[in-house]
Design a protein around this ligand. Structure first.
Ligand SMILES: Cc1ncc(COP(=O)(O)O)c(C=O)c1O
Length: 429
């Protein structure tokens, strides 16, 4: 197929007729495909089934120090899982609080805590006017939902190829004391799969915020989720902050949702100083302790960071061919017809696509009409507003290989239809 960007209007109109016919044929197949969320496939979930056999009798229920995990106690989490989480998060074990089944709920709780109680003697955020969060975009929609829920104003921050634009961040954080936080997914970011460079992490550690109660929400959801044998290394934010005397800034979140069972894993927070003291207290009011049986099961199954990494390789063996399929389809359809660009992540769960300006919503709409559900266009930006209407998040993990192949054919066709209509309109005006 020719390059739409150099074709004349008559050529475009002819191609569009053919594409429309192809679309009609696909619609007649009554497909029902879903690439809307980054969910592990059943094949991936099966990798952890034997975890459920690790506890089968009362005597299996004891953790170090003879703690009976069936009972109340060890409210900050059992020692073994703290040790394992500290290895995943590359954080001091004593700085870790173990949570329940979801890191997102820990993020929600932490924001909620700052809203109602504040930190370091500052007024609670509810008592301060017009507070703001910085939102590197495209980013994770559920982060944005949390801040929107609490009525916190969101400011999109441009993402560069090595992380968010640190000049923009430094300028806002250091000059505006109403800026209270920033959402970061520092490794294999959602949706672009970018790992922040050393220089970006160091610049975070060197920030001197105007607000004493500014915090970095460091969501390390994909800390061990490599797709290939060459891991992208993320500099330790805690070590950097120790160097620059800013260890109160970061609060790290993590979970085993995409290591074992999504929604039935173990989550954790790592932070230091006042953050740790205050959040520990907060959680002590909230619960007498999270599910220690699940913590123990996770420890017995995953054991240590080396065995965990071996387990993650099995995930990669399932996921990597799916990522390759998506990228190969893009190359096949768009290398010579550059109406979209895409990321080629080395880990994580997503591929990010940039369409021509003003074509993302239409592409997603066409896909929906052909039976392919995608994340809504705009969802990767605060308030669901993508200023260029160009970003689409592709989540290749859930469908099986055959479904993914079909889904990508549908996607490529729909991306072409949306682009060609835009280009014809442009040439007509
Ligand atoms: C960046 C990011 N953070 C957090 C989550 C959710 O994690 P959890 O299942 O621990 O709540 C996801 C899930 O897709 C994610 O992409």
């Amino acid at each position: 197929m020719c390059n739409f960007l150099t074709a004349n209007k008559d050529q475009l109109v002819n191609i569009k007729l053919n594409l429309k016919q192809e679309y009609k044929n696909i619609k007649n197949l009554n497909l029902n495909l879903d690439m809307s969320r980054g969910k592990p496939s059943s094949e991936q979930l099966d990798l952890s089934m034997s975890m459920l056999d690790t506890i089968s009798s009362g005597s299996d229920c004891f953790s170090a120090g003879n703690i009976d995990c069936r009972n109340y106690g060890a409210s900050e989490g059992i020692n073994e899982i703290k040790e394992l989480m500290s290895q995943i998060m590359e954080a001091n074990k004593d700085n870790i609080i173990i949570g329940g089944n979801s890191s997102l709920s820990l993020m929600f709780d932490t924001v909620s805590y700052f809203m109602t109680h504040g930190i370091l003697g500052c007024l609670p955020w509810t008592g301060q006017n017009d507070i703001k969060f910085l939102c590197p975009s495209p980013g994770y929609d559920r982060h944005f939902s949390i801040t929107q829920h609490f009525g916190i104003k969101m400011i999109p921050i441009k993402m560069n190829s090595d992380g968010p634009d640190m000049n923009e961040i430094q300028n806002l954080v250091e000059n505006d004391d109403t800026v209270k936080g920033i959402w970061c997914v520092p490794k294999y970011s959602n949706p672009q799969g970018i790992t922040y460079s050393n220089s970006v992490v160091t610049k975070f550690a060197k920030l001197r915020p105007a607000a004493k109660d500014f915090r970095i929400f460091w969501d390390n959801a994909y800390a061990v989720h490599d797709l290939t044998n060459s891991e992208e290394k993320l500099l330790s934010i805690f070590e950097e902050c120790d160097k620059y005397n800013s260890s109160d800034l970061p609060i790290m979140f993590c979970s085993t949702s995409k290591i074992t069972f999504a929604g039935s894993g173990v989550s954790a927070i790592a932070c230091a100083g006042e953050n740790l003291k205050n959040l520990k207290k907060r959680f002590s009011f909230k619960t007498i302790g999270y599910d220690k049986i699940n913590q123990l099961r996770h420890f017995k199954f995953l054991k240590n960071i080396n065995t965990l990494k071996y387990h993650m390789k099995k995930h990669a063996e399932i996921l990597n061919p799916k990522f390759n399929l998506v990228i190969n389809k893009f190359k096949e359809h768009f290398l010579n017809n550059p109406i979209i660009s895409w990321t080629e992540p080395k880990g994580g769960y997503f591929i990010s696509v940039e369409t021509l300006n003003g074509c993302a919503k239409e592409t997603v709409k066409y896909c929906k009409g052909a039976g392919l559900k995608l994340t809504d266009a705009g969802a990767t930006y605060p308030y669901g507003i993508d200023p260029g209407d160009s970003n689409i998040r592709i989540a290749p993990s859930y469908p099986n290989f055959e479904e993914l192949d079909k889904a990508m054919d549908v996607f490529c066709l729909c991306a072409k239809l949306a682009a060609i209509e835009k280009l014809i309109m442009f040439q007509s005006s």
